[in-house]
Design a protein around this ligand. Sequence first.
Ligand SMILES: *[C@@H]1O[C@H](CO)[C@@H](O)[C@H](O)[C@H]1NC(C)=O
Ligand SMILES: *[C@@H]1O[C@H](CO)[C@@H](O)[C@H](O)[C@H]1NC(C)=O
Ligand SMILES: *[C@@H]1O[C@H](CO)[C@@H](O)[C@H](O)[C@H]1NC(C)=O
Ligand SMILES: *[C@@H]1O[C@H](CO)[C@@H](O)[C@H](O)[C@H]1NC(C)=O
Length: 381
Amino acid sequence: MSWPQLRRPRLLARAPRGDSRLALLLLLALAPLLAAGTHCPCSEPELCSPIQHRPDFEVFVFDIGGKTWKSYDWSQITTVAVFGKYDSELMCYAHSKGARVVLKGDVSIKDIIDPTFRTSWIAQKLDLAKTQYMDGINIDIEQEVTCLSPEYDALTALVKETTNSFHREIEGSQVTFDVAWSPKNIDRRCYNYTGIADACDFLFVMSYDEQSQIWSECIAAANAPYNQTVTGYRDYIKMGINPKKLVMGIPWYGYDYTCLNLSEDHVCTIAKVPFRGAPCSDAAGHQVPYKTIMKQINSSISGSQWNKEQMAPYYNYKDHAGYFHQVWYDNPQSISLKAAYIQNYGLLGIGMWNANCLDYSKDAIAKQQTEEMWKVLKPKL
Ligand SMILES: *[C@@H]1O[C@H](CO)[C@@H](O)[C@H](O)[C@H]1NC(C)=O
Ligand SMILES: *[C@@H]1O[C@H](CO)[C@@H](O)[C@H](O)[C@H]1NC(C)=O
Ligand SMILES: *[C@@H]1O[C@H](CO)[C@@H](O)[C@H](O)[C@H]1NC(C)=O
Ligand SMILES: *[C@@H]1O[C@H](CO)[C@@H](O)[C@H](O)[C@H]1NC(C)=O
């Protein structure tokens, strides 16, 4: 790891000059401090050092800001992807728990065709990671790419070059890439999945928003139905991607759809909102965090229902204007099935979008519900 060059000489110059032995002693005493840079914001300078340990099981957490991280289950977390404002207190805390803290990486696909642009983008991210004492980067590019276009190769190159730079400059660092629930051109994202998987530490598979393109009937369905989710992994593995390069992303949020019609057998017809070529999509609904869902469920007209085909819970409610809604979500029951799949197929780990979605208040019921959501992530012995 290389440190910002300006810092060292400045501190060295302050060392007393008179007694050279004293100076040497002082230098030795200061060595760990120097190694961690002079602006380490943590109580212990070594907390600014990058994490070296590679866990056997990843629990990859997306955080979107605020202080809810203080209530997370840190006995499980191995990586926090910071998608909110940088918080040095979070970095120090995560490091004290042996967890990595990584940057978000997003860039315009058009721009990265130019190798010079890629190089400067990577240099800028690397510099940011170093000055913030972070442990890597999660590349989250969800833009459309045409198969075998210049963008297609540029994206693979970007991931490869980012990994090379980070691994070289920050010892033990982690570079990951977010992919759709299936490699089959979801949302017109034709990426070189095997090339990208080879080029980084692992893929975070976003096994949610699986109704982003509805090709059949326009009806409300689960955010991440079990079979559909599993089909995605089967396809990634069939392409030759090692299961140990796959972390399963689960949603800690659901979708609230307004029904044009709600039939007696709970079929909720939704408005036609096209997305990237498909006639309808989950864009007809809106995302709701698990904490909101849990507050609403008892006042719903159906209570929690379980759909056996999709292996997911849902409920129906009527809004103030008299419209029926159907809400599809994931709960400990649906997530535990996916967690079992992870174990049976030897995937590298689990993660969620996003950790802030749970209720971290002191309320006793909320507390228990939140605990259960964290608990089901744990591999069974
Ligand atoms: C994907 O990327 C790898 C590594 O760069 C390359 O060898 C391979 O040819 C690419 N595959 C396709 C289909 O372009
Ligand atoms: C709408 O729902 C009602 C009540 O369940 C049902 O009788 C009717 O057939 C549905 N209409 C359509 C167009 O699906
Ligand atoms: C909702 O109802 C269930 C079952 O009666 C109960 O266990 C739960 O505590 C209730 N939740 C809230 C938020 O009141
Ligand atoms: C889910 O997949 C299993 C195994 O492929 C199959 O037997 C079952 O019918 C599927 N269920 C649904 C609802 O598609």
